[in-house]
Design a protein around this ligand. Structure first.
Ligand code: ADP
Ligand code: MG
Length: 382
């Protein structure tokens, strides 16, 4: 086979041993609960799941349906049916090429059943249950993964029935009651998880796994050996540069990976010259601060909230009650403050941990951005 050109950089996959052990233990038990995977945006949830499936779950023993709702557009019932079900071409005589094209990880049905779903004469949940039963009868284990679940918010089945709630009741029935399949729900919107959790009374039927940014040890391991971890051969980093990256970006995989890409552009004779490095760091800092300027800009209440978060957050973490003084001061009422915090989660300034009910700034870059924003505003005496 002709050798393809080498990439100058490839996605890394550092550590995650603890998360792997947790997932292995969980999947080895007969299904009895839902598993929520949460963590800030781009912390590595999807990557963790993909690697886990590839490395630990043999094709022959597992039937995995992985719905990444970030990749699928769902705005109504019809879209939902199209995303979750397709025609089973393995039973038709069409040529193999066409079959492959349809080899998606979804529920595969006969033309008639699919038609029944489209026309709403069949109940999608009853159909899914039947399919899961068939799989079980073959001695194969089922795993359903819904990634970026919050995409289903605001979609109704008929009138008042909210899709994600129906889906949840179904998953509870499939795990806790029928023990038919394992279900993993992943989301970077911790607040949304909390809502489902409260709405669907799942307290006793779910487990949680946090996928956070990498630790300092893991980040050092990555940056120490770029050739191995990221297949980068064009440069290595000095100790100073490694420290600076950790200081600025922490263990945020996506940001580190993207910054390494920026460095590739200025790599020269196996290294990054200090001046170029400093320029790129400065650029990154400006972007971090401007996120806060863009968001809060002219809104005094939003600026006050950022100031207050900056004042109370310890290591970037705080609880709702810590910013209560804004209610006393009349900047927000109770609902307004909670809504604004949720907005900050949705806009990826904050991450919400539904287990500990704490907010945290989404990574070191948000901490730096906030600090610089507050300093700049103070200088203006606003
Ligand atoms: N363990 C890891 N080590 C290094 N890079 C990682 C790791 N996990 C994820 N990444 C990188 O971080 C980015 C975001 O990962 P992703 O799985 O999409 O995050 P999430 O699903 O939490 O939003 C991707 O570019 C991915 O390659
Ligand atoms: Mg993801």
């Amino acid at each position: 086979m002709k050798k393809l050109l080498d990439w100058t950089k490839e996605p890394a996959f550092i550590n995650r041993k603890q998360e792997f052990s947790f997932l292995e233990a969980w999947i080895s038990e007969k299904p009895d609960n839902l598993l929520f995977i949460f963590g800030p945006k781009s912390s590595g949830k999807t990557t963790l799941l993909t690697h886990f499936i590839e490395q630990k779950l043999p094709d022959s023993r597992y039937d995995i349906k992985h719905f990444n709702l970030r990749e699928i557009f769902i705005a109504n019932y019809h879209h939902f049916i199209q995303a979750f079900f397709s025609i089973d071409y393995s039973k038709s005589k069409d040529d193999v090429k066409e079959r492959r094209q349809y080899d998606l990880k979804v529920f595969k049905l006969t033309v008639e059943t699919l038609k029944g779903l489209e026309e709403k004469t069949l109940d999608p949940f009853a159909v899914m249950k039947q399919e899961l039963k068939k799989t079980e009868a073959k001695g194969i284990r089922s795993l359903i993964i819904i990634d970026e679940l919050q995409a289903l918010e605001g979609i109704y089945l008929n009138g008042q029935r909210e899709l994600f709630k129906e889906l949840f009741n179904f998953f509870v029935a499939m795990t806790k009651e029928s023990h038919l399949c394992h279900v993993i729900i992943a989301s970077s919107d911790g607040y949304f998880i909390e809502r489902i959790y409260n709405d669907s009374k799942l307290k006793k039927t779910s487990k949680f796994l946090e996928v956070d940014y990498l630790s300092k040890t893991d980040t050092s391991f990555w940056l120490d050996d770029l050739a191995e971890s990221s297949k980068i051969k064009k440069f290595t980093l000095t100790e100073f540069q490694k420290e600076k990256i950790w200081y600025l970006l922490g263990g945020s995989c996506w940001e580190i990976s993207s910054f390494l890409g920026d460095l590739l552009l200025v790599a020269d004779e196996g290294r990054i010259e200090e001046g170029d490095f400093a320029d790129l760091i400065e650029k990154k800092k400006i972007t971090m601060r401007s996120m806060f300027v863009d968001y809060a800009g002219l809104f005094k209440d939003k600026r006050r909230l950022f100031f207050e978060i900056h004042r109370v957050a310890e290591n970037g973490r705080f609880e709702e009650i810590d910013v209560e003084s804004l209610i006393t001061a009349g900047v927000y009422d109770e609902n307004g403050l909670r809504q604004e915090l949720i907005e900050l989660v949705r806009h990826n300034f904050l991450a919400y941990n539904p287990v500990t009910a704490t907010y945290s700034l989404q990574g070191k870059s948000m901490e730096h951005g906030l600090r610089m924003f507050v300093e700049k505003m103070k200088n203006r005496k606003v």
